[in-house]
Design a protein around this ligand. Sequence first.
Ligand code: NAP
Length: 511
Amino acid sequence: MTSTNTALPPRVRVLVIGAGFGGLGTAIKLDEAGQGDFLVIDKGDSVGGTWRDNTYPGAACDVPSQLYSFSFAPNPNWSRSFSPQPEIHAYLQDVAQKSGVLDRFRFGVTAQDASWDETDQVWNVVTSAGTVTADVVISASGGLSEPKNPEIDGIDDFAGEIFHTARWDHQTDLSGKRVAIIGTGASAIQVIPEIAKTVGHLDVYQRTAPWVMPRHDRAYTRAERLGFRFVPFFQKAYRTGIYWGRETYVPGFTRAPKILTPARTMALANIKKGINDPGLQAKVTPDFQIGCKRILISNTYYPALAQENVEVITDGIAEITPTGVVTRDARTGELSARDVDVLIVATGFYTTDQPIAHHIKGRDGRTLGDVWAEHGMASYKGTTTAGFPNLFQIVGANTGLGHSSMVFMIESQISYILSALQQMGAGQIAAVEPREDVQAEWNSDMHQRMSRTVWSRGGCASWYLDEHGRNTTLWPRSTFAFRQLLREFDIEKYVVTSRSNAPQSIKEQVS
Ligand code: NAP
């Protein structure tokens, strides 16, 4: 799906960065609303974002695809309740093809620097293929797009093959090799059962044992698939059922962790079912409250750890040498070295310190990264940020979910942004940015709610929390509350610059 026409238009109304669910959905909805003057750039070679990049063996979604798909583009062809990555990537490519917006996508183009021009009230975006000027920038680069490598002494000197799960090296044949994997998060627990089938030996470096519940995955029956295709409302009812089922988790996460006790019981039973050895059972039993980190689902992870050719190592990694991994026993301080041919890092992503934030300069010349370094990511409704006029972020601060479909959140944000663009167009408005007091109030509410959640009180460290210990990633309420709050652009909460005043940068507040 590589765009053949790589020249960038120098001027567009809307520039969208990223062509995953967020960027693609935005493009389709902009087009539908008659706002066709947009450009989408993406550093990859096709639509799909994280579902294009994460091609590791076993990659699949933990949210059933009936819900983890656009509401406006249902797919009757999902093969299973939890779709594998290739199906999700193919779905997004298919939706993109059918929507007729791909002529405004440019692939292989990286956004390098975006700066707000206060005089002309536009964004100047320097990309790897030239500069684009836009009235509005929509950053849809994703919360889980920049792989994070661990900072371990000696890692750069490892002489074997080394790669991150999100950049899987399909040229490396793992058959019969000595392989090590660092991390036991959502990606690792999908990779491990797959590669354990073929590797000679697998060392699993576990820093924190995750909670893993059974995965109720199955192929859809022929009758179900026919129903999805031909029976009106069947798929919609199915989707709605999954949505509400997922939503019942929210009180357990946000207010009353005791509600998650049955989930804990199921996860403990999952360990016993998959592993007989009491020593290994103890090693993989988490020591924090379920829900504090993302709850994982797998039927094959524990049986894989119990295989003869797999070892779970819980001693901390002291260093990596050219030939392998050295650990230190926490009690005795004794060092142990294990040689490996291939090292796989499954250590997650930059979430609270997203690299793109360091390349977006607002009204006073400071980057989003600079501003957020002080107190952590902060925005209004996870979408707009004071000091950054006409910048909209999809999957911004406090919009992430641990229990349901991010596509639902993304669609809520798209409708909010569309409403903003419509109001700006109708009122001859040059720029909008949230009022500082409004943003401060929003974030204070977020963090007040956050203090009651299992993510803050569950006794774990996680990628949800930033360096200040604040949870700036997750949404602490129901997803329908989010949808309701973003139903319409609330212009009265914004500082508005009218077009006639723009050159003098005179701001007037519409109340
Ligand atoms: P992750 O959840 O952040 O897991 C990273 C793992 O690496 C953790 O076990 C972490 O240990 C470990 N780690 C990190 N730095 C380390 C170090 N220096 N030394 C040793 N261990 C280290 O990353 P992920 O598994 O890629 O998943 C990220 C998110 O992507 C998920 O939470 C989920 O939202 C999404 N995802 C979803 C799916 C799905 O739907 N099935 C699949 C993959 C990813 P600690 O726990 O001790 O920090």
